[in-house]
Each structure stands twice: as C-alpha cells, then as structure tokens.
Design a protein around this ligand. Structure first.
Ligand code: ADP
Length: 547
C-alpha cells in the first residue's frame, strides 16, 4: 500500500479512565450489592450507587487535602468497601493509588513508602501498631487516614496528622465530576514482592487497567457476568486483586469482600451466606478452605467456579475441587509486571470428547494467552523455540498491560527486543497452551540439565499423606545440584521417605527422582501466600544428601 495517510474512523474518542468503570456500574447496575466483612467484625452492605457517591466524597476530600494529579496515595488495608472507594477516588481524581502489602517487613514497608513518595496513607484500624512503628520513617507522608469512624480513633497516638476517614467523608458532598485526562496517565502502583533485592514498582496506567479489566471478564478468562457474586480472596494489595475491583463492577456482578478473615471457616461461611459463585486466590488459601470443608463434611451450595494462580495449582487440589465439590477450576498465570493476567486454562471444543484424565492434563497447564497478551519461548541465544508442548525455554511476553519499565526507571532496561522476560521457564503446545515448568531461579541444575520443580511437587502432593511439598536444589559435589523434597504431612499421616520416593516410580525420568525427603512442620510463606523457596534454600544450604 502506498504511504498515504489512513482514512480516520469517525467514532467518539473517549479516554479509557478507571472512573468510567464505577460511573458505569453506578448508573447501569446501581443496585448490585457490595458486601464486606469488616475488620470491625460486622457485615457491611451497600450498592454500587452508594459506593460511587462515597468515592466522589472521598475525591472531594483528597482535593481539600491538597492532593495533586500524579501524587501517590497509599493504602494498607484488607479487601473491603472503603478500600474499593479509595481505588476509584484516588485514581479517578488523577492521583495514583499505591497499595501496600501489610505482610511485608516494616522496614520494607517504609522503604517502598519512601520510594513511592506517598503523600497520604489510608489504613485499616487493625494496622495502627504497624503505622505507629513506620510513621517516623516515612518521610513524605503528610497525613495518615484511619479507615473507620471516630469511635475507632485512638485516644492518644504518636502518629502525626492522624485523620478519621468517615469524618473526612462526612465533611464533603458527593458533587464531583471525574476529571477527563490522558488515558496513559498513571493510575496505580504495585511493588513486586522482591524476593531478591529491593522491591520494584510497576506503574499501571488507566488505559492498561481498563483494557486488562475488559479482557479479564471474557468467557475464556474469568467469565464474570451480572449473575455472579464474586469474592476476591486475593488481596487488593496483591496486584489489584488480579483486576477484580475493576472487572466485577463493569460486569455488574455482586461483590463480596472477606476482609481480614481468610481462614477456611470464615471464607466458607461468608461464601454460603452471600451465595458466592466465583472466587479467586492463591493455592495456600484454597488449602485452608478445602481442609475445613472436608473435615466438616460440607459442600458448597452456590460456589461453582474459581481461578487459582500466583503459584502452580497442584493437580490434587484441582481434582478435589472439581470431583468432590463440583467447582470448576480456572488455572491462571501472571505476574505483578503483567497487571497481572497473562494466561488462563480451559478446554477447546475438540477437547470435549477426550477422557477425563486427558482433559485434566490440559486444565492443569497455566493456559492460553488472553487477547492482548502475546508470548513466546526462547533459548539462551534468544532464538524462538517451537510450540510442541515439550521444548521448554524462557517465557517472554508483550502487550498493552505489560510493563515497559519499572517505576523511576529502576532496574535498567527491562525489555529484550520489545518483549518482557518473565523469569519463568515454560513449554507451549501446538494449541497455544502454556505450561510453566519452573521459575528460572528455582530450576534445579543437575549435571548441566534442568529439573523442573513444579512437576516433582505436584507428584508429591498427589500422595494422600502429603499436605504441602516444595522441591529445592541443594549443592552436590558431582552434579552441582540435586533435588531435595521438603514435605508437610497431613494431620495423622505417617508417610515415610521411602513410601514417598516409591510414589514417584514410573511418573518421571529416574534422574529427576529427589535424592532425599525431609519432613517439616510448615513451609515458609511470603506476603502473597507463596512458598519462599529462597528461604528453604538458605535453610538447607548445608544439607548432606545421602551418597
Ligand atoms: P513476585 O514475582 O513478586 O513473587 P508475582 O505475584 O508477580 O509476585 O509472581 C509472579 C510469578 O508467580 C510468576 O512469574 C510465576 O513464576 C509465578 N506464578 C504465578 N502464577 C503461576 C501459576 N499458575 N503457576 C506457576 N507459577 C505461577
């Protein structure tokens, strides 16, 4: 085609802004409910209409506090309606919402607060002691806002400029017009959990967030509709609860927030009470819920679908949820740098006639790319590898909700030829289903060959006596590294090392067999519910494998 200018389309050009999502929900699904298990202990309920009203009051309050466009406003809070109001008021008014993980070490909390240059910090009252500890170290914070009513305010506190959220809102009207600005403006900021080095910031834009929300609600992805009642168990400080605070309102579904109560009993009871149909979380949370339901011989009356991601969903967990509880499991993969969703599992129509065991193998993969995300696997030289379902390589991604550079440019050039290297090692099959074999830093290098740990862990966890398992490489004089399996037994189980090793027979190549098994009371879990393999590696760095 000659290089003439294209003929331009004649459609309205409206920026994709986060405020538009809540505005839409409040206008078109005004009466859809938002139910929150509050840190105060009771259940709070209201509608999208009321949420929109209070979000505008908060936007006015932020303006009265002198917050400017682009300034960072932090939250340290569990999943709940006030946190949702902050999601919309902060980003919607042009400031940047910085969600902080309260499970981080206080020093790390202060580090990211300073790095982000947070101007105000909103927090659940249960975090008062934590705020008291970090406040003197957070140099840029001008005021601390307690997410509660006046009766929760401490009588005396050393926290400077401590304010009451409900009082701030009460002083403002809901008369506020969401500003219109460039959709590429920053909207939210999330830091990676920083298992190595300092945490790095991923700065999402309005455009990337809205596109991610659109795509994630699709039937092939989370399949959220106005008939759903969605409970985000994944915290709102963990990559924006995987986008659910945006994808649920735009779908008109009911939202159910579990607050701080994430134990099996609390999650189960709230699910039943509020007729939750769909939820999302990391495997460790589902472990608690399943154990509670099994121990108490309970079934779910409304819960039919869940997305599990953040770390590999053990096949044994998937089987239990599908076969014993009738809950469809969508395996999801992504990362902070990807907003976070990249792939989700599911079947193609040609798979529908396959035997159940074959179907399960497909569902256990991390899944198919979501429209908007492109991916490829490459070798050490950056050459693209075939999609044959067997060859594994470094996984690279690109798309409009994938990071281009870290906040403040820290971390140097992140892209390789326009692609983001995920740090994961994966295969892709001819139908486009991707399967993670490991994180590059967790892979065990034995005699120049790689051993993927996810497979070994999944096999260990398919033994009925095993509750949790993690496989790590420990130094070996001849092979460099060899696999050591660390196992947490189920209550009452007496499974032995020999029985476990025999359980691997015929399931893997002989040289992949763990050299040893150790039993532990529990495994170290990080702020986002993932097993911390770096801690385990440290703990077992001197471990003497049997020769
Ligand atoms: P962090 O990188 O800070 O731990 P993220 O939540 O961004 O936090 O983690 C992203 C990583 O988690 C991915 O790169 C991948 O290694 C792992 N991960 C996420 N989902 C899955 C999954 N379904 N299966 C296996 N690994 C996963």
């Amino acid at each position: 085609m000659s290089n003439q200018a294209p003929l331009m389309g004649q459609m309205m050009n409206q920026p994709l802004l986060i405020s538009g999502i809540l505005e839409f929900a409040a206008r078109h699904y005004a009466n859809s409910e938002i139910v929150s298990q509050r840190v105060e202990g009771d259940l709070h309920r209201y509608t999208f209409r009321e949420c929109h009203q209070r979000a505008r009051q908060l936007a006015n309050a932020l303006q009265a506090l002198g917050v400017h466009m682009g300034e960072r406003i932090a939250t340290l809070a569990w999943n709940g309606y006030r946190h949702l109001e902050a999601y919309y008021a902060v980003s919607g008014s042009g400031a940047v919402l910085h969600t902080i993980n309260p499970r981080l070490h206080p020093e790390q909390l202060a580090y990211i607060c300073n790095h982000a240059e947070d101007q105000f910090l909103l927090f659940d009252f249960c975090f008062l002691p934590l705020i008291e500890a970090i406040a003197p170290h957070c140099k840029t914070v001008k005021g601390w806002i307690l997410l509660g009513a006046a009766d929760r305010m401490p009588a005396d506190s050393k926290i400077p400029n401590l304010m009451c959220y409900e009082d701030l809102l009460a002083a403002q009207s809901a008369d506020y017009a969401w500003p219109q600005f460039d959709e590429s403006a920053a909207a939210t900021l999330c830091y990676t959990s920083g298992t190595t080095g300092n945490p790095k910031g991923a700065l999402y834009s309005h455009r990337s967030t809205v596109l991610h929300a659109y795509a994630s609600a699709l039937p092939n992805v989370l399949n959220v509709s106005s008939r759903d009642a969605v409970m985000p168990v994944v915290p709102m400080f963990h990559v924006n609860a995987w986008g659910l605070p945006y994808s649920v309102p735009l779908s008109g579904a009911k939202m159910v927030f579990p607050g701080a109560a994430l134990d099996g009993k609390s999650v189960y009871e709230l699910m039943e009470k509020e007729k939750v149909t769909f939820s999302a979380g990391v495997p460790t949370v589902w472990l608690g819920l399943i154990n509670y339901a099994v121990q108490n011989k309970l079934k779910f009356s409304s819960f039919v679908r869940t997305v599990i991601g953040g770390s590999a969903c053990p096949p044994a967990m998937m089987n239990t949820l599908i076969d014993d509880f009738g809950v469809e499991v969508i395996h999801g993969w992504g990362m902070t740098e990807m907003s976070p969703l990249g792939t989700t599992g599911g079947l193609l129509s040609k798979h529908m006639e396959l035997p159940k065991a074959e179907q399960r193998k497909i569902l256990q993969k991390q899944g198919h790319a979501i429209y908007g995300v492109d991916m490829k696997i490459v070798d050490e030289l950056g050459e693209e590898l075939p999609w044959d379902g067997a060859t594994s390589g470094s996984l690279l991604v690109k798309g409009p909700w994938i990071i281009a550079s870290y906040f403040k440019g820290e971390g140097g050039d992140v892209l390789e030829d326009g692609w983001f290297p995920t740090g994961d090692v994966a295969t892709i099959d001819p139908d486009g289903f991707m399967q993670i074999t490991d994180r590059a830093k967790d892979v065990i290098k034995s005699g120049g060959e790689w051993i993927g740990t996810i497979d070994l862990e999944n096999i260990a966890m398919s033994h009925p006596g095993v509750m949790q398992a993690a496989c790590i490489g420990v130094p070996h004089p001849k092979w460099d590294e060899r696999p050591l399996l660390v196992v947490v037994r189920r209550a009452g189980s007496t499974v032995t090392r020999e029985e476990l090793l025999a359980h691997f027979d015929g399931k893997i190549a002989k040289w992949w067999l763990p050299d040893d098994v150790v039993f532990a009371e529990n495994l170290p879990v990080g702020g986002t519910g993932k097993i911390q393999k770096n801690k385990l590696r440290e703990q077992y760095s001197d471990y003497q494998l049997p020769s």
